[in-house]
Design a protein around this ligand. Sequence first.
Ligand code: SF4
Length: 253
Amino acid sequence: MPGPDLATVARALLDHYGEEPWWIPVLLPGLDRADELLLGLVLCQQSRWERVEQVLLRLGAAGLAGWDALAAADPAELVPLLRGSAYPTTRSRLLPRLAAEVLDAGGVRALLASDDPRSALLALPQVGPETADTLLAFTGTDVPVVDAYLRRVLGRLGVVDPSASYAAVRAELAAMPTGGVHWEVLHALVVEHGIHHCLTGRPRCAGPAVPRRDYAEPRKCAAHCPPCGGCPLAGVCPSSQVSGGPAGGTTGG
Ligand code: SF4
């Protein structure tokens, strides 16, 4: 059976999880939000956000979260602070380079205000399409963010081909109506869904959801966690494992 359209998915997820304006919390009050976002997104590559939160807090406590301090930082000093992010030793050498290039460009806000902010971000070391698009989405540009959660969730729902290239999925999604849900919110909702219901191995199409992770921000994904009635898309998802659902499978979770 064909799956639902993106707007239906977006509205169903928003109704189920609700909007969370603190989805990416500001953990470092002394830092501009755009600076903290870029630093956090780079550190989150191949890691989990709750671990990255602790890295950001350690960097902040050590006075090494700003680009000036990072650019001058001794990699040996950075390594223990970066534990929890992927490849801390490699990253300890790369982060000062990123910081120097951000400073050369006049800062993250200057990059975002340039004629072609996406290209400007992609020119930075360690910044690929997913990181650039996430930063754009969280700073006011309504662009799709294609990550592993999105490929899994929207792939199972039949909205996108999960094996297509980043550019192809992004272009396809950019042409789809989202029911008025901005990508900043929709990206968070898709991640929520991938964490709580649409898991990698055995999706929890029927309730309850997997409990929240241990985030530094206590409100993050707290309100909708168990008990709940299961995936809000189980009735229209071609991959549903709910007995009697579209796939006619057995009840999961
Ligand atoms: S019904 Fe199951 S497979 Fe489909 S989106 Fe929901 S959790 Fe994922």
